[in-house]
Design a protein around this ligand. Structure first.
Ligand SMILES: O=C(O)c1cc(=O)[nH]c(=O)n1[C@@H]1O[C@H](COP(=O)(O)O)[C@@H](O)[C@H]1O
Length: 235
């Protein structure tokens, strides 16, 4: 895969028109796009279809987390839309993830990748303590990544900070999808475990999810262009 295609632009917009306006400035040969909770709740499957019609591979990021049956059926619905990638929360546990895997495998010709969120990149140690987890983020990410792999999924969402240690644990083809990407001059916002695009590529992230540093920039395509240059220079 070319290194630029590793970028997934998070289309976190409040309506379909704004999301498609951004997509029209992007090249589906050079990046993928992500439809998340805000856009999907507003625009529904129509926006996914519109992006497919423009030639984009879509990561449907709805982070399913429910009882096994409900999660599995939601994953089926995503796969039947033909999305490139879909995700669940690893903390939903082994039975939930196995049910999702089994359901996805029954979708005729489904090529959809199924991955699981480990510890959100907006969380740090204190946030884990607040929900009763007496463990540091890296150890929790490792634990959930192994559980995800053992449940038969294709990869995890983690921070780029965890990519090197995770590569020692998981198989070479296990996808390590990393949000929390911040160019050196970008605002950090609510993210906590961050890395620059160049660092993430060098660490070995399979895909870089990038939203506001592009979508909130004065000229989004210029911001993406600078990120692409940084990625190419890192190789
Ligand atoms: O699953 C995700 O995509 C995700 C997981 C995670 O741990 N952290 C995280 O930021 N994300 C998503 O990645 C995107 C990051 O956006 P920015 O912080 O604007 O670059 C958002 O759409 C988040 O919903």
């Amino acid at each position: 895969m070319n290194d630029l295609k590793r970028v997934i632009v998070a289309l976190d917009y409040p309506d379909q028109i704004s999301a498609l306006k951004m997509a029209d400035q992007l090249d589906p040969e050079r990046c993928r796009v992500k439809v998340g909770k805000e856009l999907f709740t507003r625009a529904g499957p129509a926006v996914v279809e519109a992006l497919h019609n423009k030639g984009f591979e879509v990561f449907l990021d709805l982070k399913f987390h429910d009882i096994p049956n409900t999660t599995a059926k939601a994953v089926r619905a995503a796969a039947e839309m033909g999305v490139w990638m879909v995700n669940v929360h690893a903390s939903g546990g082994r039975r939930m993830m196995e049910a999702a895997r089994n359901e996805l495998d029954q979708v005729n010709g489904a090529q959809t990748l199924l991955i699981a969120v480990t510890v959100l990149t907006s969380m740090e140690q204190q946030d884990l303590a607040d929900i009763g987890l007496d463990i540091n983020p890296l150890e929790q990410v490792k634990r959930l990544a192994l559980l995800t792999q053992n449940s038969g999924l294709d990869g995890v969402v983690c921070s780029a900070q965890e990519v090197r240690p995770l590569r020692q644990l998981v198989s070479a083809d296990f996808q390590l999808v990393t949000p929390g990407i911040r160019p050196a001059d970008a605002e950090v916002g609510d993210q906590k475990r961050i890395m620059t695009p160049g660092e993430a590529i060098v660490a070995g992230s399979t895909h870089l999810v990038i939203g506001r540093p592009i979508t909130q920039a004065q000229v989004p395509v210029d911001a993406l262009g600078r990120i692409e240059q940084e990625i190419l220079a890192a190789r």
